[in-house]
Design a protein around this ligand. Structure first.
Ligand SMILES: NC(=O)c1ccc[n+]([C@@H]2O[C@H](COP(=O)([O-])OP(=O)(O)OC[C@H]3O[C@@H](n4cnc5c(N)ncnc54)[C@H](OP(=O)(O)O)[C@@H]3O)[C@@H](O)[C@H]2O)c1
Length: 278
């Protein structure tokens, strides 16, 4: 997918691997300059090198200047402010914020969760996107406009399963997306993507038991790859989506619809129904 993002500046949290890296790469490949953030500098530098070499291989002479890294904790308001300032100082603006980083330190009954892990989940998955949006708004977007994209989950659109605390933060992030769309328009659009199961480290325990071509029984069969989500992200932050705000785009291969007729058994968890991650 090609969109025109030349002259735009993007900031992506959780950009060192997985979905965040795929989004950062897609933004850079379509002309944006991108500040990659996550906690660990080493992972960020590897990610930046991967994007730079992809741009060079595609014949982009400015590829080396298209990305920069900024280590930052997604739950920290101070880090958010510093990252927004760094994007503006390095690239001269901030037009696109992708709140992608998340954590999932607890699997089990929501009723039994301990408060430290509940607080951590809320800090990174819900408070984080809010404070990074505040930072982008105050530093740049209030005056110059822009677009915010939150990476939620289909877990925020359903009930049940062992990820109640995580899913609860994603449901609230979907609320936050829609609510902020009403507050920040007309100059700033706020949208979300709700991915289903995607082949990243985050969800490894849900897909590692199945082969790469496994059919999970939902409409499109396979699990997602990070570029599947990046393509949707590219659309939502581009001018092609100029009249879309407060929207939550489900990108899950049809998982949320339930099993297709005559579905094969779930290859990852035989006899236990469909994986519900995300
Ligand atoms: N994979 C799935 O099946 C799936 C499904 C639905 C939704 N999602 C959502 O997609 C997003 C990306 O997930 P992913 O699967 O791509 O995960 P991933 O491959 O594990 O990557 C997570 C990224 O977030 C960073 N990160 C983690 N905690 C952080 C923190 N506290 N502060 C800053 N950065 C942090 C990591 O880098 P550092 O370790 O360097 O910080 C890494 O760059 C998340 O919002 C997740 O909830 C994933």
């Amino acid at each position: 997918m090609r969109v025109e993002l030349t002259g735009r500046v993007a900031l992506v949290t959780g950009a060192s691997k997985g979905i965040g890296l795929a989004i950062a790469r897609a933004l850079a490949e379509n002309g944006a300059r991108v500040l990659l953030t996550s906690r660990r500098r080493e992972g960020l530098e590897q990610a930046a090198a991967e994007i730079t070499s992809a741009l060079a291989a595609a014949g982009n002479p400015d590829g080396a200047d298209a990305v920069a890294v900024f280590p930052a904790h997604a739950g920290s308001p101070e880090a958010a402010e510093a990252a927004a300032a760094a994007a503006i100082a390095r690239f001269g603006g901030l037009d696109i914020l992708v709140n992608n980083a998340a954590t999932n330190p607890y699997a089990g009954q929501l009723i039994d969760i301990d408060l430290p892990r509940l607080d951590k989940t809320i800090e990174v998955n819900l408070r984080g996107p809010l404070v990074w949006t505040q930072a982008a708004w105050r530093a740049r977007m209030r005056e110059h406009g822009g677009t915010v994209l939150n990476i939620a989950s289909i877990g925020g659109l359903k009930y049940g399963g062992p990820l109640g605390a995580y899913d609860m933060t994603k449901a609230a992030l979907i609320f936050q997306t829609r609510h902020l769309a009403t507050e920040l328009g007309p100059r700033v659009r706020v949208n979300a993507i709700a991915p289903g199961l995607v082949r990243t480290d985050f969800a490894r325990y849900l897909w590692s038991g199945a082969g790469p071509d496994a059919d999970y029984g939902w409409a499109l069969g396979r699990i997602g790859q990070p570029p599947d989500v990046a393509a949707a992200a590219l659309f939502l932050v581009s001018d092609a989506a100029a009249w879309i705000t407060g929207e939550v785009l489900v990108v899950d291969g049809g998982a949320l619809l339930g099993p297709r007729s005559s579905a094969p058994a779930n290859p990852a968890r035989p006899g236990q129904g469909q994986p519900t991650a995300g």
